[in-house]
Design a protein around this ligand. Structure first.
Ligand code: 4AD
Ligand code: MG
Length: 463
């Protein structure tokens, strides 16, 4: 039996005038009574390969079934193409329809469906050029992330998905339980008796692997996590999903400057890697989705990121001479509109903001000596706003305990975290990169729902 060749192999092969076997899905078909031109795609590359079928060589019943969306196997001769638009094509010798796609009901008939519509048929949107490109890039980006850290001696650490702690104080978490919701066991005071739950205590899906990541870094020096995280915030924006993937490196002996250097180098490496390895897909997205995409990627690579403080950012925003939807005041968190103003209008490059007010940041961030700010760092990107959040960590036990008391965080629950500050504590830092946010930036897709295969958002968990 002949071995199947992928479209990628066939288009990349200079070796013509040979028998090949192709399998894939019909994208389009045109032609007339004499000859059919069938574009076949198998997802291995953005391009389809053209199959030329002389009508009289094939039974009418077979050719009738060769319609958009059907899957076919073609055996034929790979030849140089006389036509424009492709270098090679296949002169079909045998055609077998593997699976029909009734044109009366197959939803991907016409070109140019809206992304909103395609979200409703997320099970089929992989078959479009745009989503093929996005998900090939998603793969390549995952691979590049592992490569980057592996080459630099970081260890990939698998932190738990189910957790009994609320690391961020980020609030809304998804409860994990095996209790029967129709018959919830209660204690005498009426509260839920979690001792009868699976873990004997309340548990949730994690919002971040950081706290466990720190435990790893304080022995292995440099680790990273790369896994799903969950947030039950009711945020219906183009930049939030309830289930997203986060990359969280954590490094012993790094201060905030080392942390910023790593974040900038990491982001530039990833963008460069995708530009080198996913050129065809990027070129397509640049043409069809966002005409300034490649320009923007180049631009980020060219300039050093601007580094300044939160306090300075607030000063700039207050002087901006324009009204924002949300107020700008020292002590309040910055919103996407503020972040984008700083990046797109003021500095015109990515910005790393540091030294945020302690009141709007998590308990574990290293406290500055001014008693007001913490050694946080957020990396802000064009189009996206915050793409990375991180900090140097508080390594002093007493300061950490004080802050936890102030913020009503239970020291009993986090006894294991505190012990790393009791035994051989060291300066250390880390950050979290939102995988889908970076994918949005790299693909030019403007809605986060379009860079994750099956998005989870409030009131939506189809597929
Ligand atoms: O700023 P965040 O909340 O930081 C942390 O979770 C830290 N524990 C990270 C660390 O220091 N190890 O989240 C980090 C990043 C954000 O900058 C953003 O890119 C992304 O995660 N993110 C989301 N992405 C999609 N949907 C959401 N709902 C997101 N929330 C945060
Ligand atoms: Mg953040």
């Amino acid at each position: 039996m002949m071995k199947r060749s992928t479209v990628k192999e066939l288009l990349g092969s200079g070796e013509t005038n040979r028998e090949v076997l192709l399998k894939g899905w019909v994208r389009t078909r045109r032609g007339n009574n004499q000859v059919a031109f069938i574009a076949v795609n198998d997802g291995t590359v953005i391009h389809s390969i053209q199959v030329v079928a002389v009508m009289e060589s094939f039974p009418e019943e077979v050719m009738k079934r060769v319609t958009t969306g059907s899957s076919i196997a073609v055996r034929g001769l790979l030849v140089e193409s006389p036509g424009k638009g492709q270098q090679v094509e296949i002169q079909a010798g045998e055609i077998e329809v593997l699976g029909d796609a009734d044109p009366a009901v197959y939803p991907l008939q016409k070109k140019g469906h809206s992304f909103e519509f395609l979200r409703e048929i997320a099970h089929l949107r992989f078959r479009t050029n745009t989503f093929g490109a996005v998900f090939r890039i998603r793969h390549a980006l995952s691979f590049a992330i592992h490569q980057y850290f592996h080459d630099r001696g970081f260890f990939y650490l698998h932190t738990p998905i189910i957790t009994a702690s609320d690391a961020e104080g980020a609030g809304a978490m998804f409860r994990v339980t095996t209790l029967d919701l129709d018959h919830i066991p209660r204690k005498e005071d009426g509260s839920v008796d979690f001792s009868q739950d699976f873990f004997g205590r309340p548990t949730n899906l994690t919002v971040s692997g950081q706290l466990e990541g720190e435990l790893g870094a304080l022995a292995l020096s440099s680790i990273y996590t790369f896994g799903p995280t969950f947030r039950a915030e009711n945020s219906n924006t183009p930049r939030h999903v309830a289930e997203f993937w986060m990359i969280e490196p954590e490094m012993a002996f790094y201060d905030i400057h080392d942390n910023m250097d790593l974040a900038e180098d990491f982001l530039k490496y990833l963008i460069r890697d995708i530009m080198e390895n996913c050129g065809d897909d990027l070129e397509f997205l640049n043409r069809m989705v966002d005409k300034t995409l490649l320009e923007r990627l180049e631009f980020v690579l060219k300039h050093p990121f601007e580094r300044t403080t939160y306090t300075e950012a607030v000063r700039i925003l207050r002087k901006a001479g324009r009204t924002f939807e949300y107020p700008v005041e020292w002590g309040l968190d910055l919103q996407a509109e503020h972040e984008r103003y700083l990046v797109e209008q003021h500095f015109e490059r990515p910005v790393i903001l540091t030294d945020y007010p302690g009141g709007i940041k998590a308990f574990y961030m290293k406290q500055n000596d001014d008693g007001k700010t913490v050694r946080a760092m957020d990396v802000l990107f064009p189009m996206i706003g915050e793409i990375i959040g991180g900090s140097q960590r508080e390594e002093k036990l007493d300061r950490l305990q004080n802050r936890m008391r102030e913020m009503n965080i239970s020291a009993d629950e986090l006894w294991w975290y505190l012990e790393t500050r009791k035994f051989g504590t060291v300066e250390h830092s880390g950050f979290g990169l939102g995988f889908e946010r970076l994918l949005m930036f790299i693909t030019g897709m403007s809605n986060i729902r379009d860079v994750i295969p099956f998005p989870r958002t409030p009131r939506s968990a189809e597929f």
